[in-house]
Design a protein. Sequence first.
Length: 319
Amino acid sequence: MSEVFGWRVAQKAPLWDSRPWPKVPPDWTCLQLELAGVCGTDLQMVRGYADFEGFLGHEFVARVLESDQPDWVGRRVVGEINVGCGSCRDCQAGDQRFCPARTVLGIRGLDGCFAERFRLPLANLHPVDDLDPELAVWCEPLAAALEVRQHLTPGVEVLVLGDGRLGSLIGLALREDHRVTVAGRHPAKLERLRAIGLNTTIGVSGLWPVVVEATGTAEGAQLAVRSCRPQGTVVLKSTVADSSGLDTNLMVVNALRVIGSRCGPFEPALQAMRSGQVDPRPLNDQMLDLSEFPRALESRGFKTLLRGPAWTDEPAASQ
Ligand SMILES: [Zn+2]
């Protein structure tokens, strides 16, 4: 166990490479990948968003290989990706997402899950022995999508900009409590979203009380600001390698509320999946072996999943 292999970025391309396997600190666990999800952030990171040397990957279902709590070993888990310092004001308040000294799995200072094995503190893990791994793997992005709900009044009309992975998931996450329309540019993707019951529109017209930007493009934020009704709310979700200037005058003139939104807590996402309120599995497109990650870069579909060494074809205990 002196070294571990995984996918990192070298010269804007994925590279299967080894790194020394560090000692697992007390209260941390060693995890073996069962299923990973490839998301827009991973693709942006291959293009150069975030200066990160480690292994990629932060959406996962895994088995606990090692833990100093023996009853955790062998369990199927998902895990929150932010690891705080434990002592700053945010960490003391129980929210590691904004700790200035945090590391983030597969994004900042901590090797990610597109690897043979990886590490997280036990406190970050949530058992999901009862969930289908193809559902549970959505926990992290669904938590991020549900975070948008925090900023909205139930029942309000919402335009989601973006018919890709993130926009589709936000549409599914919000439709229980809001009147949601997903706007995109790809007829085939929009057709597929209509088939799973979402309202869609090609292109954007009119002004909306709430606009959620999830295009994954530098121009998306500007379009969101332009599509928002005066005194409306714009929620920004995309992180992009080349973020462009934004016309702040329009925000001032129209007195917009502009909110940045990132990760969310896992509990509401687990609850939404367990109750059947949100089921993103229709967005799963292809399942590849971990070794085939570069093929995910060519996908024009919604979600690519990667099978890790802990993957089996056995069905989950229930569901
Ligand atoms: Zn902290």
